[in-house]
Design a protein around this ligand. Structure first.
Ligand code: PMP
Length: 352
């Protein structure tokens, strides 16, 4: 670092994202970052090929209108003006924080949950505060209370790492009590029994974010979106990058969101494997939190989770070891194909 450090003080306490979670090459069974184990629908590849063949010399559509029109139709929304698209839902979360939370102001998140909300607050020079889930993964009433300095609250629903869900009525009542907008992060909602999309019609305090990375098997594409009332979307449009989604991604995402039969089949397969994984992990002595996502959070009463994680890794099986001070540690295992899940479960049965 040069003697005169040009970077903002906020960066001093930050760490770059750990590349170890995404090993490039090597033959891993990869169950650590909740990707979909199956390839995306064939229509997606066809759409990318056609868009590339049409030429990439022009800038993309700045508002991804083909995707937004298709998504509004599939999701039963009044129109595309209820949607803003972005480069993964991580970019959408970034846009929301940049648009709503000023330096020194506060944002709130449940604990344990998605770590990125804290990072976004740190980058913004904002202050994050966490409310711990109760032992049954419900939120205490205090999560819905606050003053005018509280600018934004995040609720991953289903939550990570637990895979648990708060029903829409509870989320709406939370949004009505909070003094600020609520972002319901629905990255995993297609694997759940309920979702909160309908709440955006009832409340101008609710933003619902979605991604194509999980249920649409397109983590490598980087495409996500937010649904909210049109006057809110119009404000977010002001601060997004001019061309935040590229021509190939827009074509691919439009084809993906139209693939409703493919989605239903894929989600059914993942849920079936999830159910088998939960049963077998329980038989192996784990405490398993019933999941409504494409991963399972499990804790063994007698074994070291860190050691299990390391032993699995030595056998080329990657799961996520997570340790939350004041809450405990455990393993978060993504739902893979049946063969991948079986390999992981077999290895765990040998290690226990
Ligand atoms: N929200 C949650 C809760 C997540 O777990 C993830 C995936 N890590 C994301 C958002 C971001 O997904 P993406 O940027 O791939 O759309």
């Amino acid at each position: 670092m040069p003697s005169s450090n040009p970077f903002r003080p906020a960066l001093a306490k930050m760490q770059p994202y750990v590349p170890g979670e995404q090993p490039q090459g090597g033959k891993f069974i990869k169950l650590n970052t909740n990707e979909n184990p199956y390839p995306a629908p064939a229509a997606v590849t066809d759409a990318i090929t056609a868009a590339a063949a049409a030429g990439l010399q022009r800038y993309p559509d700045p508002t991804a209108s083909s995707f937004r029109r298709q998504a509004a139709e599939v999701l039963g929304l009044p129109g595309p003006e209820w949607i803003l698209a972005g480069n993964g839902s991580d970019e959408i979360l970034t846009i929301l924080v940049r648009a709503i939370v000023g330096e020194g102001q506060r944002l709130r998140l449940p604990y344990p949950s998605y770590i990125l909300y804290r990072t976004l607050a740190d980058i913004q020079g904002a202050v994050w505060e966490q409310t711990a889930f109760e032992s049954d993964w419900k939120l205490p009433a205090a999560f819905g209370e606050g003053d005018e300095d509280l600018r934004l609250a995040f609720l991953p629903n289903p939550n990570s790492p637990s895979g648990t869900v708060l029903p829409p009525e509870e989320v709406l009542s939370l949004a009505e009590r909070l003094p600020c907008p609520l972002v319901v992060d629905e990255a995993y909602a297609d694997f759940a029994d309920s979702h909160c999309l309908d709440l955006v019609r009832q409340s101008d305090q609710v933003f619902v974010t979605r991604t194509l990375s999980k249920s649409y098997a397109l983590a490598g594409l980087r495409f996500g979106f937010v649904v909210a009332q049109p006057q809110l979307i119009a404000e977010l449009q002001k601060i997004k990058d001019s061309y935040n989604c590229d021509t190939l991604s827009i074509a691919a995402a439009t084809a993906a969101i139209a693939s409703t039969d493919w989605l239903a089949d894929n989600v059914a397969k993942i849920k079936a494997t999830r159910s088998r994984m939960q049963d077998r992990l329980t038989e192996l002595g784990f405490n398993v939190t019933p999941s409504q996502a494409n991963f399972v959070w499990c804790q063994h009463p007698h074994k070291s989770h860190k050691e299990l994680y390391e032993q699995l890794k030595r056998s080329q099986i990657l799961v996520r070891y997570m340790n939350f001070p004041q809450w405990g540690d455990g393993l978060r295992i993504s739902v893979g194909t049946d063969d991948q899940a079986d390999a992981c479960l077999l290895m765990l049965s040998q290690l226990l």
